[in-house]
Design a binder for this molecule. Structure first.
Ligand code: S3P
Length: 171
């Protein structure tokens, strides 16, 4: 099965949903943030603080083409879609699922989370970031709205879409 790649804004549920999909489909899950943290031996917040956001974006860009493209679930950092070459790689090599979520719910889920440098911005700034990114997120195979939905519901919807698009029993 083609790699299933989850994108979406911070707090949309990518990591939780990705882990559950991996369990259900018995596939490995690669999380780009985790991968970068392990490789660099630093937390994302430290990379932003010490090396700057551009360096973090470079790590994301360099990482993607090294990832497997079959039989894997890839969960991505919320800003992976900013760079055109990342969108191109994801769309060429995977089945890209954008997990959408309303801003208010995003904020209530991750407000004050110090591990996410961009959450230091105020609500208007966060909204601006989301608005700017929306067209990039929409550059995907399928959009799933996660607002007010349980993880089980989200998983069901993804399963349906993946079956429709990739065919068969996800294999
Ligand atoms: C970011 C989202 C984060 C992480 C970094 C930047 C973003 O990942 O990659 O803090 O630009 O939206 P999550 O979406 O998993 O929070």
């Amino acid at each position: 099965m083609k790699a299933v790649i989850l994108t979406g804004f911070m707090g949309a549920g990518k990591t939780t949903v990705g882990k559950r999909l991996g369990e259900e489909w018995k596939l490995p899950v690669i999380d780009t943030d985790d991968y970068i943290e392990k490789k660099m031996g630093k937390k994302i917040s430290e990379i932003f603080e010490e090396d700057g956001e551009d360096t973090f974006r470079q790590y994301e860009r360099e990482l993607l083409p090294t990832l497997p493209i079959e039989n894997v679930v890839i969960t991505t950092g919320g800003g992976i879609v900013i760079q055109e070459e990342n969108r191109k790689w994801m769309n060429e090599n995977g089945f890209v699922v954008y997990l959408h979520c309303d801003l208010d719910q995003i904020i209530s889920r991750i407000e004050g989370d110090s591990s996410r440098p961009l959450m230091k911005n105020n609500k208007e700034q966060i909204e601006q970031i989301l608005t700017t990114r929306l067209p990039f997120y929409k550059d995907c195979n399928v959009t799933i709205d996660t607002t007010n939905k349980s993880i089980a519901q989200i998983i069901d919807e993804i399963n349906l879409e993946v079956k429709k698009s990739i065919g068969g029993d996800n294999k």
